[in-house]
Ligand binder design. Structure first.
Ligand code: PTJ
Length: 249
């Protein structure tokens, strides 16, 4: 495996090589699951067709996501094995800017991976990492996948879930959570369930949500609410699908 620093900044596939490298390193470190490699491959294909850039509708979704997180009483950023490997610094930054909790929440939950991810986030500057208490459940899901913290996702009003599986996205929405889903596949059930579907690579999406949140930090609640209300989720999903079907044109 090459070092991330060995990948030339001007390489035409720079971002995709960095992504692969981080996921590979994540698997080696016991952070990312082997299924995470498959998820990465699927995401890469969609990103290629999107032109490997944040399209205008995704930028609008990221701005709405920032406004929604700033409006929230208790926002939580859910972190899985792919997100932790790809954007640990960026997640810690976003949590700080919008005052959100970070909670490790895994599809393939094992105590070892839970610990490894929490440790990894702390190494990247997180002070508090939730998810390890697991003293509440998401109704309608089987035991392991349902575990959440009572003081974390269970109590949250707004949850950002990157690369989530459809069942859990639906179960969280049924609990009345406002969901922001980051997923490169606009046809996937999770973004289709989300109040704010962000069809973009998590590598670009998280820093851009943070940049929007910084710009909106001192905006009035009415303005933030207006940005959220103005966002059209169907339009954003359709724009991404059209871009993909046109092959990045
Ligand atoms: O760490 P765990 O145990 O919680 O498991 C995480 C994965 C991602 C393995 C698990 O949630 C899973 O199996 O997810 P799926 O059903 O494979 O869905 C992953 C989705 O993420 C797919 O629709 C991909 O297109 C999308 N995706 C992959 N890489 C990225 C992405 N979306 C945004 N940015 C990416 N870098």
């Amino acid at each position: 495996m090459t070092d991330e620093g060995d990948i030339p900044a001007d390489h035409p596939r720079h971002d995709s090589l960095v992504t692969r490298h981080r996921i590979e390193a994540g698997v080696d470190a016991g952070i990312t699951s082997r299924q995470g490699l498959i998820a990465e491959g699927r995401g890469e294909a969609f990103d290629y067709l999107l032109g490997e850039e944040t399209i205008p509708s995704a930028d609008a979704a990221e701005r709405a996501a920032a406004a929604q997180l700033l409006l929230a009483d208790h926002p939580v950023l859910s972190v899985n094995g792919n997100a932790a490997a790809l954007v640990p610094d960026e997640l810690v930054d976003l949590a700080e800017v919008v005052g959100a909790d970070l909670e490790v929440n895994l599809f393939n939950r094992t105590p070892e991976r839970m610990e490894a991810i929490a440790e990894h986030l702390r190494d990247h500057g997180a002070t508090t990492v939730k998810g390890l208490e697991a003293d509440e459940r998401i109704p309608g899901l089987e035991h392991e996948r349902a575990k959440v913290d009572a003081e974390g996702i269970h109590d949250a009003d707004v949850v950002l879930v990157p690369l989530e599986d459809g069942d859990r996205a639906e179960a969280l929405a049924e609990m009345g959570k406002v969901e922001i889903v980051i997923d490169l596949n606009p046809l996937s059930r999770s973004p289709r369930t989300a109040a704010i579907p962000v069809i973009d690579n998590i590598l670009r999406a998280i820093p851009n949500i943070t940049a929007h949140a910084r710009a909106l930090e001192s905006a009035a609640r009415e303005e933030l609410q207006h940005i959220v209300d103005d966002f059209d989720r169907e339009w954003a999903l359709d724009q991404a699908e059209a871009r993909i079907r046109a092959g990045g044109e």
